[in-house]
Design a protein around this ligand. Structure first.
Ligand code: OOG
Ligand code: MG
Length: 267
């Protein structure tokens, strides 16, 4: 992947302010490439890192990262072919079984993910699945609530990366397990909405093995001049497609071996 930045610093700041406004005030914006058709992935990440800089300056704390578009189901749903990463902060975390407001979200959708908590710092390039497993403290089930801020779900990878991979909220829970006690390729997951199964899958959907997605994330971080610090919470990407939610919906994600994660949505 080329991380070539073509936008001026001024344009990066403009786009960052646009994305930040859409996230904070929950309104849809046109995809950024409408105005900047030449935007590269490097430009997308420049906007994302500027957004992170502003959030940290405002007192948000980064808790980790997420890999996105790491499963075929997600790539097909989003019409893209390259994985992406985004940062996660303390403000995005919600407790298990909590009521999550949709008033401050644009197009909320939920997806089941395997999350990793790291005990050793990892840096790329050349990070492998084995390196990830050796550096993992434990894994746990998670539900990510993504929120594409682009109108009419019209976007491209550069715009999604600038919008921090649609990151909005996340809920970790269930039962934490040591990765070596599990076969992370064959974990079945079922998502229930209002008591009915809406989608299911197996963890191998994520690049054959979710630790592969974390290795890819570490290698993308290396291209951005960053490492993955010990203690990070990292989500490996949606196993199934994302399911739209609205006020009144309750969601339970059941993971084989890892227990379940539930939440409900309110106005
Ligand atoms: C991009 C976010 C992708 C995942 O797990 O694949 C993602 C989007 O779908 O808007 O978080
Ligand atoms: Mg996700």
């Amino acid at each position: 992947m080329s991380m070539n930045v073509t936008l001026s610093r001024e344009d990066v700041v403009r786009l960052c302010e646009r994305v930040e406004g859409a996230q904070k005030r929950a309104y849809a914006i046109p995809k950024l490439t409408d105005e900047y058709p030449g935007m590269t992935m490097g430009d997308g990440y420049a906007v994302q890192l500027e957004l992170r800089r502003r959030f940290l300056e405002q007192g948000h704390r980064q808790v980790g990262w997420k890999a996105g578009l790491t499963s075929k189901a997600k790539m097909q749903q989003m019409g893209v072919s390259v994985p992406s990463i985004g940062f996660l902060t303390d403000r995005m975390a919600r407790p298990e079984n909590s009521a999550i407001s949709t008033a401050d979200l644009v197009h909320p959708r939920v997806e089941c993910e395997v999350a990793f908590v790291m005990k050793k710092t990892l840096s790329g390039p050349g990070c492998t699945r084995e390196d990830v497993l050796a550096a993992t403290d434990y894994v746990l089930p998670a539900v990510e609530i993504i929120d594409s801020r682009f109108s009419g779900f019209k976007f491209d990878l550069e715009s999604v990366v600038a919008d921090n991979g649609s990151s909005a909220r996340f809920v970790g829970g269930g039962r934490a397990r040591y990765a070596e006690e599990l076969d992370l390729r064959t974990l079945g997951v079922v998502m229930e909405k209002n008591g009915e199964i809406v989608t299911m899958g197996a963890s191998a959907a994520v690049l054959g093995h979710p630790a592969e997605a974390i290795a890819m994330l570490v290698n993308i971080l290396a291209e951005l001049g960053e490492d993955l610090p010990a203690g990070s919470f990292v989500m490996s990407g949606g196993i199934t497609e994302a399911i739209a939610v609205k006020p009144g919906d309750s969601i339970t994600a059941r993971f084989q071996e890892l227990g379940s994660v539930s939440m409900r949505f309110v106005d």
